[in-house]
Design a protein around this ligand. Structure first.
Ligand code: SAM
Length: 273
């Protein structure tokens, strides 16, 4: 159904000023993209409003965790002033990664996770971390040389401001970028892109979006991870998530290998030599 522009604008404005979302500064491109998709699948204003909110909640809300980013940013500066050892820095990062479901689940196998990835891709000279959340706090476990550039993308501005401070203080070769990776697919040519634990949600936002994203990235290796079980740990998602990745690259001349670390399925997609 076609809706009046003024009505669509009012829905976007309502989100941008809402208590739930106003501090997150979700890019307008994200809101417009979700709204455009939901407009095609709604038969009334009321239905569109409900579908828009539901889809946005699905993209953002599972991660509206209780992290006070300005306070954590100040704590980072204090930590830096103490000239911490690598062990102290790791302990600090672990405590913060525990506050977000995706990185919390990875804590028991952090070393093995990045080791396994780089054993396949080699040590990359450049990395994109797409829809990164707190994964960049894993940098102390990645053992990358200071020459490896690292670009972390997310749509949650307070989280990115925190990460940018972390980078400036401890990993000056890294950069935090506030950008929707689907509406504005990162264009840099890099060795390796991480896309961890988000492909299933992106596909829900707009079916076919992973295929679009994977095709648009100018990377040699695309490393996608997905949980092998549901959050409660009751059901295997292995077949479902494997078919999502296979469908996204079907008919394309890329090479796929799979592996698993802990409860995380890893898909190595090699786009070219
Ligand atoms: C499940 S978490 C990602 C977990 C992280 N990759 C990891 O494995 O530790 C989802 C994150 O993706 C971000 N996000 C969702 N959709 C996005 C998009 N289209 N572009 C950029 N970031 C996105 C959210 O703000 C949130 O921080």
């Amino acid at each position: 159904m076609i809706f009046e522009q003024a009505f669509l604008d009012s829905l976007i404005q309502a989100v941008e000023t809402s208590r739930k979302y106003r501090d997150l500064q979700i890019p307008q491109a994200t809101l417009m993209d979700i709204l455009a998709y939901e407009s095609q699948h709604s038969n009334s204003r009321k239905e569109l409003e409900a579908n828009f909110r539901k889809s946005l909640h699905n993209v953002m809300a599972p991660y509206l965790e209780e992290i006070n980013y300005p306070a954590e940013t100040a704590a980072l500066k204090e930590l830096h002033d103490q000239d911490p050892s690598q062990g102290t820095l790791k302990a600090w990062c672990q405590d913060r990664m525990r506050l977000h479901a995706s990185s919390r689940e990875r804590l028991p196998y952090l070393d093995a996770f990045y080791q396994k990835i780089f054993a396949v891709t080699g040590t990359p000279g450049s990395i994109l971390d797409l829809a990164c959340a707190l994964d960049p706090l894993g940098l102390p476990w990645m053992n990358l040389p200071p020459t490896t550039s690292f670009f972390a993308y997310d749509i949650h501005q307070p989280r990115l401001a925190f990460l940018q401070t972390f980078f400036q203080l401890f990993y000056p070769q890294a950069q935090a970028i506030h950008q929707d990776i689907l509406t504005d697919i990162p264009a840099q040519k890099v060795d390796c892109a991480f896309f961890f634990k988000e492909a299933h949600r992106l596909e829900k936002r707009r079916p076919g979006s992973n295929r679009e994203l994977f095709a648009g990235l100018n990377v040699r290796w695309l490393v996608v991870s997905l949980p092998s079980r549901d959050l409660a740990g009751h059901h295997s998602l292995e077949t479902y998530h494997t078919s999502l990745v296979k469908r996204s690259i079907e008919g394309l001349p890329w090479h796929l290998t799979t592996d698993m670390v802990g409860d995380e399925l890893i898909f190595f997609i090699q786009k070219h030599d």
